[in-house]
Design a protein around this ligand. Sequence first.
Ligand SMILES: Cc1cn([C@H]2C[C@H](O)[C@@H](COP(=O)(O)OP(=O)(O)OP(=O)(O)O)O2)c(=O)[nH]c1=O
Length: 191
Amino acid sequence: MSYPRIALASSSPRRRELLAQLGVDFQLVKADIDETPYPNEAPRLYVTRLARQKALAGLACLTTAMPVLGADTIVVANNEILGKPADFAEFNRTMQLLSGRSHKVMTAVALVSSERTLQQLVSTEVYFRTLTAQDIDSYWQSGEPHDKAGGYGIQGLAAKFVQRINGSYTAVVGLPLCETEQLLQQWQEPV
Ligand SMILES: Cc1cn([C@H]2C[C@H](O)[C@@H](COP(=O)(O)OP(=O)(O)OP(=O)(O)O)O2)c(=O)[nH]c1=O
């Protein structure tokens, strides 16, 4: 199966590496958008909107027409969206919410052109063991939490906190490969 050449609207090194795993020919494009949620916006609507807006922002920057892929990842606990922690206090509060229970990681992907939008939401349940104050302190000191939704990276040092997951590992890291590949295949099908 051959895929269309696409642009990836992302500055995330994880997304770049994951997309490369599919063997897709792609270029990078910037996608800076305002990530503020609308008042009372449901997490699943928020994450899907952001993936689409990133892709559309990328599309607006292109000089050669091609489909643009955007993605967004959020961590949700108690129906609250836990973003990238701005400081230790926020990180500590996030870790208290995640400790000893399960939460959801939602990743949305959107593939857009000026004529079409294909999108998909993938939700994965992640189970954390109970975290000690020492776990939380030393994980913060590692520098890993800063640029990650929910303040952790399952692919990094936080792997030792994760007892199990129910869903897509690649979606937790930032790009669900099975669903992304299906969107690319669907793009090639006659409409
Ligand atoms: C939960 C989790 C998130 N993350 C990352 C994936 C995303 O890069 C980041 C969530 O933030 P996003 O806002 O989805 O993405 P981003 O700002 O990093 O990149 P982009 O330019 O595409 O907008 O958190 C991990 O790497 N591992 C994890 O286990």
